[in-house]
Design a protein around this ligand. Structure first.
Ligand SMILES: [Zn+2]
Length: 153
């Protein structure tokens, strides 16, 4: 029996089974579809005109054998430079391993123990919600053009 997850049709996973199977789920999500991120877009940018981000979620184990999810997000997210207030194409290349707890009690215990992010393993976890969380954490609050604002923009 295989646990292949049809992520295109319905990106929800049973987290424990997903990790046991060592499954991988990946795709592309239009930024316009990530509601919690829309207020980070510059006002001059139409959400429909921005691109998509590539993502991948993989069931793994950490160095200590604990169940975990590896979440990768890549692409370009348009932000506003906080120095010159002009658009800035922020490169996203985020790879995070989040530990998965089976029970709320285990979640609290693990959270005290490790510095990593810990989530509660749901039986119907929306994969894109995980991707959205990671992206929210990875975007800087005060992004600035790296190469100077005059040449940037
Ligand atoms: Zn700038």
């Amino acid at each position: 029996m295989t646990n292949r997850t049809p992520c295109d049709a319905s990106p929800k996973i049973d987290v424990s089974r997903f990790i046991e199977a060592g499954d991988t789920c990946s795709g592309e999500v239009p930024i316009a579809q990530l509601e919690r991120l829309l207020d980070r877009l510059p006002e001059t940018v139409e959400p429909a005109e921005v691109g998509a981000l590539a993502w991948q979620v993989k069931g793994v184990r950490d160095a200590m054998g604990r169940p975990a999810l590896e979440i990768v997000v890549e692409g370009v997210f348009p932000l506003v430079c906080q120095r010159c207030l002009r658009p800035l194409k922020w490169p996203v290349a985020q790879r995070t391993v989040v530990l998965v707890a089976r029970t709320p009690e285990a979640l609290v215990a693990l959270d005290d123990e490790v510095e990593q992010e810990v989530i509660l393993g749901s039986k119907a976890q929306e994969v894109l919600a995980l991707v959205e969380d990671e992206l929210l954490l990875s975007l800087p609050f005060a992004p600035k053009h790296e190469t100077g604002c005059e040449v940037g923009a």
